[in-house]
Design a protein around this ligand. Structure first.
Ligand SMILES: NC(=O)c1ccc[n+]([C@@H]2O[C@H](COP(=O)([O-])OP(=O)(O)OC[C@H]3O[C@@H](n4cnc5c(N)ncnc54)[C@H](O)[C@@H]3O)[C@@H](O)[C@H]2O)c1
Length: 250
């Protein structure tokens, strides 16, 4: 039986660990050629090697999603290796080692750097990648939002509101090229980054979830693969919460 992503090339940013790693590995297992695009060289190379050891195809390219030059170099490397790009997952973010501060007091340079990665990074990467997706006759972009966009969560949540806005706007700008743009909004998910951020508070978060357990990175995979695949061929501009019932919108 053929795999769901055979002959497809998918770039996953922030794939050196956590949820991005789960996306990259699932795509590799489903036959995609995966570009692991991350700042972290050691972990990124490990993920690419593990995908290959499991029988998949993957390449690590050191990438800073906040840099147009770095994004362009990633696209060049991906096209040189695999001949094109069909999908992009904008998952990278400053999260695990994020500073705790308020919007009204956060150091301005830190705030600008944070937004350049967590919000603008998705746009920088989309601008670099979409011409290649266009050459393939269309494809899919998945942005990583968060339920933090719907909750009080300071500049982290504000960046995710921006990601949701980008998802709506880019869905329209790119829809005519048959490029779909959607987002996943995970609830609290058990990654090393969350353990650093939430610590014991994670236990309280879980009490508020309908399903009474933390998400695992693998819980996000079904939605991501659905949105990347032709199974969602008439779905665009949507933000899908995968959050154990943390948030409800009537
Ligand atoms: N874990 C959760 O509970 C949770 C919940 C909702 C949303 N999210 C979102 O999911 C995504 C992944 O979360 P995670 O818990 O796996 O985080 P993580 O911190 O484990 O992984 C983030 C990855 O992004 C990379 N990265 C950071 N800045 C980068 C840059 N400028 N360029 C390229 N790569 C960069 C890091 O090196 C890291 O590998 C993030 O967008 C996060 O905001 C996470």
């Amino acid at each position: 039986m053929s795999k769901r992503f055979e002959n497809k090339v998918v770039v996953v940013t922030g794939a050196a660990q956590g949820i991005g790693e789960a996306y990259a590995k699932a795509l590799g297992a489903e036959g995609a050629s995966v570009v692991v695009a991350d700042l972290n060289v050691e972990s990124g190379e490990r993920v690419a090697q593990e995908i290959e050891s499991a029988g998949g195809t993957a390449l690590f390219v050191r990438t800073d999603v906040a840099s147009h030059e770095s994004a362009a170099a990633m696209v060049e490397a991906a096209v040189a290796a695999y001949g094109g790009i069909d999908g992009l997952v904008n998952n990278a973010a400053i999260y695990g080692d994020m500073a705790f501060d308020l919007l009204i007091s956060v150091d301005w340079d830190y705030y600008k750097k944070f937004m350049s990665v967590n919000m603008d990074g998705a746009l920088v990467m989309t601008r670099a990648v979409y011409p290649e997706i266009r050459k393939r006759g269309g494809g899919s972009i998945v942005n990583q939002s968060s339920t933090a966009a719907y909750l009080y969560s300071g500049f982290y949540g504000l960046a995710k509101v921006g990601v949701n806005g980008l998802t709506h706007q880019l869905a329209h700008e790119l829809g005519g090229l048959q490029i779909r743009v959607n987002a996943i909004a995970p609830g609290p998910t058990d990654t090393a980054a969350t353990r650093t951020q939430a610590g014991d508070a994670a236990k309280d978060l879980v009490k508020g979830l309908a399903l009474k357990r933390m998400g695992q990175p693998e819980d996000m995979v079904g939605a991501c693969l659905f949105l990347l695949s032709d199974e969602s061929s008439w779905v665009t501009g949507q933000i899908i919460a995968v959050d154990g019932g943390q948030t409800f919108r009537a």
